[in-house]
Design a protein around this ligand. Sequence first.
Ligand code: AMP
Length: 419
Amino acid sequence: MQTMDSFNFADKKAFVRVDFNVPLDENFNITDDTRIRAAVPTLKKILKDGGSVIIGSHLGRPKGSTDKFSLKHILPRVSELLGVDVQFADDCIGEETETKVAALRAGEALLLENLRFYAEEEGKPRLSADATEEETAKAKKEVKESQKEFTKQLASYADVYVNDAFGTAHRAHASTALIAEHFDSEHKLFGYLLQNEITAVEKVMKDTARPFTAIMGGSKVSSKIEIIKNLLDKVDNLILAGGMTYTFAKASGGNIGNSIVEDDKLELAKELVEMAKEKGVNLVLATDAKIADDFSNDANTKFASVKDIPEGWEGLDIGAESEKAFTEIIKNSKTILWNGPVGVFEFENFEKGSRSVSDAIVAATKNGAFSLVGGGDSVACVNKFGHANEVSYVSTGGGALLEMIEGKELPGIKAIRGY
Ligand code: AMP
């Protein structure tokens, strides 16, 4: 299989699918350009080789073509970061775009308008809320048919297809997966970013140095069930913390006061504890909490056992005993996966637990462990604590990363390497 380094892009046109779905303010200023910067090494390598790039991306969730979601707003920043005057095609398909693509010379770049202006990109029809079942079925069939033409047109622009959009690798869309069918195995490859993400997850999930510890936090157990189940087959230690602590504490008969809880998941919590026992996994839950009399940074606080929280109080962070237990395990690990804060880290008064987890991961990494931090909020944590460069890898993917950890095959990856 070709890689970014093995492929010589000289005189080749490359269609590069990137994830430029960046946040914009009301004046269309980019408020965080991380995703654009993440694709720069791939785009620059192609241009440096003497190739040209056709850049495809989505932005937001448009229901058709609208100025609000136009990629023209980000064009100046893309040009600045690439160091070339990037051209713009104000449609991603059509004759004018074809002409612009045909005129592209070595070292030139063309940014296409938002791929999701066409329903064909996602292959989902845009129906009115009162559409009948029959209309829905007909529209679905039609969009699947026209998706083939749309995909073929995108593919026709280029000699080689590069996917560097990890954020959408779990979607079987026209430009993220289906397009790859139009290129043989020597002419489709992963961009640097996507390759790095795959390598990092595989180092954790397949090529694991032991002991392997996963720390799962966040607010709810329900959104993490599949991941927890899959991790139980892989990890030595599973630390479950954050809001889900209280579903476990209540399931084992504790009083959790007003802490966040999922009452319909109490049985599941018991099952997960049993499963961990059967599989010989050391399941570690928080034992103490910093509790508050209001969900606010200025609330009154005190410390309590997670199973003995008074009415009117809720657990918003872990306590010193849990911090110590988590730190000990993390520091002795050789592979670490962190997804989700262990407290409401957005409030300064409840960030200490997440900070201690982050500190321990940094210490373990210095000691030779491989650490992967991923999933929106834990990434925000390491950024807040200034640790992003002190862990082994910070993933850019939300849903895509979680699906990989769940053990699912990602269409965007499979379309290129076949599995
Ligand atoms: P998730 O999207 O499920 O990963 O949840 C992340 C959110 O969980 C963050 O915004 C945290 O503030 C929140 N969180 C962590 N611990 C708690 C807790 N003890 N009570 C309520 N929310 C929490």
